[in-house]
Design a binder for this molecule. Sequence first.
Ligand code: GTP
Ligand code: MG
Length: 549
Amino acid sequence: MCHKIPEEKTQLLHTDSKVTAQKKTFAEVQAERIEQAQRTVLINCPATISEKKFLKYLSHHGKINSHYFYESHGTYAVVEFSEKDSIASLQDVTRTPGIEEECAVPFKSRIFTLTLKNPSTQATDQTPVHCHKQSTIVINDLIQKLCSADSVSSQLYTLMDEYQLTEENIKLRFLACSLIQDISCAYFPDCTVKPFGSSVNTFGKLGCDLDMFLDLDEIGKNPKRAKTGQFYMEYQMKRVPSERIATQKILSVIGDCIDNFGAGTMGVQKILNARCPLVRFSHQPTGFQCDLTTNNRVALRSSELLYIYGSLDSRVRALVFSVRCWARAHGITSSIPGPWITNFSLTMMVLFFLQKRTPPIIPTLDHLKDQAGAEDKHIVNGHDCTFASNLNKIKPTENTETLDVLLNDFFEYFGNFAFNKNSINIRKGKEQNKPELSPLYIQNPFEQALNISKNVNQIQLERFVTLARECSWILQQEDKGHSSLSDRQPWGLAALLLPSVAQNRVKGKKRKGGVASEQIKSVLDSLRINNANSLVNNGAKVPVPSQAR
Ligand code: GTP
Ligand code: MG
């Protein structure tokens, strides 16, 4: 297998390092997108419509900067006006729904429904609108796509291209937050609702949940100080025994508002006794599953830190996306809370591995702290969350290893990691003695006394280790030319995503050879037969076992 970075990716890396000079900080990107979302509306419209007439109609209210359509419980248009005032103008001509069937709660939002006045006479010039995708391709189709790549490196980049959030999807995530902010403003007029987690940390996959942060800290933060006089003024406020109780009370009323007045919000659950209290709901117009929290500022800093790591070198995101996809395909991660490794923990493991390369591909958190300027200083609840935010100040790595090598070495590294005695620590970029007996110990980078993977049990850790060994072994066999795979058969990353990988594993033992190669060969043989059939039936599709769907 070739271990060179494919030429187009080399250019990408070069371009990346040139682009570095103009890279924006996390705060700049967030501020731009939040402002953009405030000038945007969401319109439920017929699936067939004259796009030209639709835009002409809306442009009576002001210049439109951009628009696109997508599907979620109907067809929706996202329309970004150039000025915020256009929204007020549109709201002025918008009717409240009639009360023929159900009575509407008269809370005016930025989500509208557009219908045709005379559907029969207007039918002629309507065409189906082009809808942007909001979800990933199914794993079967992904595996087929990966098979036609020319190296493992390009397979990883292909997977990332397929899975990463699109520009439209990111805009929609900011819009959903902005719509929840409109509701929260009824109680806290100066609040903001910001996305965090994988929606903004560069590791988000299409379809991932939307983590929202209700930010009340700006309220009353910088009052104008009276320059003269001998008095201070302070608000009288309700006092409660702890910050946690205040958080619970705030989320409780906001949860009720979302439930009672939020257009299209469904299944609102107040999970207030969790370690980090939250309100969970489904936002049907955008199709997002949302988790709203407040008083969770460390998570915002984690999101920014991951954004920095993800923006420093294109290999970081490519490896994280593939490892996350691999883990999901084999049930190492799960959408249900439990003793499984989480995506956040997996990302930390990849980052740690990349810090340990020679030379390191990404810097340690302590190094980023040393690079920080005065403006970067952040202490949150006594925890030092300081690190350099300006990407242009961070020196690019001189490491030129390909993703072919990195993927294999990732599995080999963690297949042999001394989890029984060592912890993973991205602040130091070094293994350290575990301070307690949890099977997997990944130090929380900011709240340093905490383990972010405390939930993981021995069984789940062993599943991870065994699969990692199996995958390293498969990649090494291919590398040695032991498998006679044509490029139409699952190979490289595609082979690692097949369910047979998990079924083949030998519990707790290191591979010596033979068994897996026989089993993989038989899967591939059956694929070859199916492939020949499908080539006869429907052209050049590579069939994948049904379990892989
Ligand atoms: P997805 O699985 O794609 O949603 O990834 P995610 O990074 O968004 O994870 P998740 O939605 O579970 O959590 C959102 C954010 O909360 C993460 O990005 C972290 O910043 C933070 N977070 C999640 N789990 C932990 C944890 O165990 N400890 C700490 N300190 N923060 C966490
Ligand atoms: Mg998330």
